[in-house]
Design a protein around this ligand. Structure first.
Ligand SMILES: NC(=O)c1ccc[n+]([C@@H]2O[C@H](COP(=O)([O-])OP(=O)(O)OC[C@H]3O[C@@H](n4cnc5c(N)ncnc54)[C@H](OP(=O)(O)O)[C@@H]3O)[C@@H](O)[C@H]2O)c1
Length: 424
């Protein structure tokens, strides 16, 4: 079948934009009509780039009547949101890699696109090169997906993998990751879990079929993970990962969150190392499905962006939008507060080395309805203190916090070093 040739306008020519231009060189059915950048004089990493395509006014693109598809790869909320609203109002289809925009402004944007009968595709925004959005909407459409466990940020997974393998501190690995270009100069968006939270907000909305509010997602980063935590986790048969979770509870509420977890070595997420991302879905009738691959980078991200461009180009050729390109999420999810969630916990504490401490710990946890799966004493330290590591059975977070608070005021407990949720 001969597909209609389409004209696209590319907004942004950084890591992803350059990849998109290079990959599109093999697709004559897609013509790049204009490219918007911030600094028109910057040298670009593309051979034979036609600089007459460049503009520093992105509104030239969204208002150009000849452009069919606007590809937004600048990131952030402003001016990206205003640009995409203008583009949709002008009847254009959108391809974007902007997870922050989707998480914060997805609802009004998809509503507008539905009114105007245009498509917004965003495969690259969630887990970069791993195909996940379209598979959920197409090949997995027969499923009721009730759970997602995922590693959605390559920078933090790189840092945690290095900490585990080399036994070095978070600060040291971060510095090295920044020198290698794996972490930004300001790493907050990655290491504090914002990036993963944006991605799981959209992924959970699509997979669980209810609109998830980014502002109600519990988020915690990796900055408090110590060399000791890594060591103890390893001895107990776990790896520490920044995990994005989403599940539907029996009462219909949804539990969506991002935080570090001790992941049992038998769980397939434990074997995801370095910058690799992975998404594990559980649904009926399929069961458990795992996808893994490159979550970022010039070419993996361009693979997803160009795939979306070609999907729209082909549907324009047939003169109708495919139903999976529309957004169908009208019900807002009722999201569970982290205090009401139930998890197993790793708790590391320093106690005075005196007889009866372990018994006293058992008494406090018992009173708060927390059963202990294992207790390890890790030798006598300075000033006659002992390191104690506990793994609990499934317990309510609220009870754990109350017990920890009580222990912090106990004369035999020097310090609660950390507590981390556990994924079996
Ligand atoms: N990098 C990845 O691996 C990856 C993976 C998945 C998703 N994403 C997402 O893809 C998007 C782009 O990421 P990136 O890494 O390619 O960013 P980047 O390298 O920083 O590139 C951003 C580009 O946007 C241009 N730009 C910024 N503000 C602009 C404005 N107001 N008008 C016109 N152009 C403007 C910049 O122009 P100048 O070049 O002139 O400064 C630059 O070319 C983000 O939403 C990001 O979250 C990235």
């Amino acid at each position: 079948m001969d597909y209609k040739k389409v004209k696209i306008g590319l907004i942004g020519l950084g890591t992803v934009g350059c990849g998109v231009v290079k990959v599109l060189a093999d697709f004559p059915e897609v013509e790049i009509k204009k490219i918007a950048v911030k600094n028109i004089n910057k040298k670009r990493n593309i051979e034979n780039l036609d600089i007459s395509l460049l503009t520093d006014n992105p509104f030239d693109i969204v208002n150009d009547p000849e452009i069919d598809i606007v590809v937004e790869v600048i990131g952030g909320i402003e001016p990206a949101y205003d640009l995409l609203v203008a583009a949709v109002n002008n009847g254009k289809h959108i391809v974007t890699a902007n997870k922050e925009l989707l998480a914060k402004k997805g609802e009004p944007l998809f509503k507008l696109a539905k009114e105007k009968n245009t498509a917004i595709l965003y495969e690259a925004a969630i887990a970069g090169g791993i195909p996940i959005i379209m598979p959920i909407k197409t090949t997995l459409a027969a499923n009721k997906i009730n759970e997602i466990e995922a590693i959605l940020n390559g920078t933090t997974n790189y840092i945690l993998t290095k900490m585990e393998k080399d036994g070095v501190s978070y600060e040291e690995v971060l510095k090295e990751a920044q020198e290698l270009g794996y972490a930004e100069t300001d790493p907050t968006g990655d290491v504090e879990g914002f990036d993963s939270a944006y991605k799981i907000a959209t992924l959970a909305t699509i997979a669980l079929n209810k609109r998830v509010d980014i502002n109600k997602i519990y988020r915690e980063g990796i900055t408090k993970i110590s060399v000791d935590d890594m060591r103890f986790a390893k001895e107990l048969g776990y790896k520490i990962k920044l995990v994005a979770l989403a599940k539907t509870l029996e009462d219909g509420r949804v539990d969506v969150r991002v935080h570090p977890m001790l992941v049992h070595v038998k769980n397939c997420l434990a074997s995801i190392n370095g910058v690799t991302n992975s998404v594990v879905l559980e649904g009926f009738p399929v069961g458990r499905v795992m996808m893994a691959g490159p979550g970022a980078g010039e070419f993996p991200t361009a693979s997803s962006v160009v795939g979306d461009i070609l999907a729209i180009q082909r549907s324009i050729g047939e003169n109708k939008l495919l139903p999976m390109m529309e957004c169908h999420h009208h019900i807002n999810a009722q999201q569970v507060d982290i205090k009401d969630t139930v998890n197993k916990y790793y708790i590391s504490l320093t106690a005075v080395n005196t007889p009866g401490v372990i018994g006293a710990l058992g008494e406090v946890f018992g009173r708060h309805n927390i059963s202990l799966a294992s207790v390890l004493q890790k030798g006598i330290g300075k000033e006659n203190t002992a390191q104690i590591v506990i793994i609990t059975e499934n317990s309510k977070e609220d009870n754990i916090l109350t017990a920890i608070n009580e222990l912090e005021n106990n004369k035999n407990i020097v310090k609660i070093n950390n507590y981390i949720r556990v994924l079996e």
